[in-house]
Write a protein that binds this ligand. Structure first.
Ligand SMILES: [Zn+2]
Length: 156
């Protein structure tokens, strides 16, 4: 009886994928890779989240947004759990998320710790202007080819 009224996990994932990242709205939480798992425990929906980095002010906001979205969809039995192990890394940003970042003018994170190319012109002659960009997650870089500054997503 009860199970017939529960939305499918695919449906739930679809809703969560609609929630934008509070710092970079072109990315959804799904693109960012912070939603680790969704599961039904009886009639309670359990959502496992991994915060992007400890102390990131976005984390509390993400929890609130997830809860608000699911309540809006009629899910009243809800449990949010934080999964800290394994820790989130920028490797979890999906390929789609990386493409969105670049299209938005933010160089996606690279294992080498600096941007691979200018998100505007594709130039590779780059210099770091500042360790701090418009948010704590970004550093500011500049391209020597087109002379434009751009943000680099630097969270690890
Ligand atoms: Zn450039």
């Amino acid at each position: 009886m009860v199970s017939a009224t529960l939305p499918s996990l695919a449906e739930v994932r679809g809703w969560l994928a609609e929630i934008p990242d509070p710092e970079i709205p072109v990315l959804s939480l799904a693109d960012l890779g912070v939603i680790r798992d969704v599961a039904w425990e009886g009639d309670t929906l359990e959502v496992a989240l991994t915060p992007t980095y400890s102390g990131c002010p976005a984390t509390a906001f993400i929890r609130l947004e997830v809860e608000r979205k699911l309540r809006e969809k009629g899910i009243d039995k809800l449990r949010l759990v934080e999964r800290l192990d394994p820790p989130w890394t920028t490797d979890w940003i999906s390929a789609e998320g990386r493409a969105k970042l670049e299209a938005y003018g933010i160089a996606p994170p690279q294992p080498a710790g600096g941007p691979a190319r200018c998100p505007r012109c594709g130039g590779t002659d780059l210099e770091r202007v500042s360790q701090f960009g418009s948010t704590p997650c970004k550093a500011q870089w500049r391209c020597r080819d087109c002379l434009e500054p751009f943000d680099y997503f630097k969270c690890i």
